[in-house]
Design a protein around this ligand. Structure first.
Ligand SMILES: NC(=O)c1ccc[n+]([C@@H]2O[C@H](COP(=O)([O-])OP(=O)(O)OC[C@H]3O[C@@H](n4cnc5c(N)ncnc54)[C@H](OP(=O)(O)O)[C@@H]3O)[C@@H](O)[C@H]2O)c1
Length: 254
């Protein structure tokens, strides 16, 4: 008997059913989050894109809605998400892409900015997950995909704050996965190396210019899509994506 892929597009790792439904994507206005939104819309998902500026620059697609939220403001998160959580089965998953970088030797870093970074990169996904997990448990399903970083795998010079936020996120994701898989939730972490996005605009370094120096946005968007297409009885716990040639260049922050 011939294998018939049911996922639209290229057959991929463990694909056994058609991926479709309603998904939330944080960080939808830029870089990785925007690429994930575009990919999922192309594949027939209905996407709610979340960021502070998303309502000013939404994606032009009939299945896209924009939700402006400052993810560092937990009261705002609660208010904006409560109405969505009242509709049963309206959300089948979430992709956490919002985040930022802040680098320098520890004594150079401002404590307020460290707090802001930990709030955005670690506490906000924890807080939003805390709101969504009871909802997903009630429907015995839910896909939670977090964008971590290579900085979650190995500490590096000038990365004390950023590595702490991403190591923390990785620990949270592993614990959440162990805690929720019996209830039917699939929790995954993607750790990318450098991707050429506006993430580097405010930083004094960026990836080298050769295509082998950074991961294309499409690789991350494809990985998110493949995770969503994977049979729910298979949990993809963690994926590490690295450029073939790691080259860092000095950058003049904008
Ligand atoms: N680029 C890389 O090399 C790389 C590598 C590994 C991991 N990552 C991780 O990938 C994720 C996305 O990075 P990126 O490269 O796509 O960066 P990016 O292009 O700068 O996008 C960051 C996104 O986060 C949103 N955001 C920032 N602060 C927010 C807030 N307070 N509330 C709501 N949304 C907020 C931004 O939207 P608004 O400004 O509209 O709010 C934007 O959509 C981050 O977690 C980053 O750590 C990036």
């Amino acid at each position: 008997m011939r294998f018939k892929p049911t996922c639209v597009g290229r057959p991929s790792l463990n694909v056994t059913h058609k991926a479709e439904g309603d998904i939330l994507v944080t960080g939808a206005s830029s870089g990785i989050g925007r690429a994930v939104c575009e990919k999922l819309l192309k594949k027939g998902w209905r996407v709610t894109g979340i960021s502070r500026s998303i309502e000013a620059r939404p994606l032009q697609h009939e299945h896209f809605s924009a939700l402006a939220v400052d993810l560092c403001d937990f009261e705002q998160i609660t208010q904006k998400f409560k109405p969505k959580l009242k509709i049963p089965r309206a959300i089948s998953g979430i992709v956490f892409c919002a985040g930022a970088g802040y680098f320098g030797s520890l004594e150079q870093l401002e404590f307020k900015k460290i707090q802001a970074l930990i709030t955005l990169n670690l506490l906000s996904p924890m807080y939003l997950s805390k709101l969504l997990v009871p909802y997903f448990k009630a429907q015995s399903s839910g896909r939670l995909i977090f964008i971590g970083s290579e900085a979650a795998l190995q500490g590096a010079k000038k990365g004390t704050a950023y590595c702490a936020s991403k190591f923390g996120l990785r620990g949270f994701v592993q614990a959440l996965s162990a805690e929720c898989r019996q209830a039917g939730l699939n929790v995954s972490l993607i750790n990318p190396g450098m991707v050429d996005t506006p993430f580097f605009d405010a930083l004094d370094f960026k990836p080298g210019t050769s295509p082998s120096n950074h991961i294309p946005l499409s690789s991350i968007a494809d990985s998110v899509y493949n995770i969503l297409c994977t049979d729910s009885n298979t949990v993809i716990e963690e994926l590490n994506l690295m450029p073939r040639n790691r080259v860092v260049k000095l950058n003049k922050p904008r």
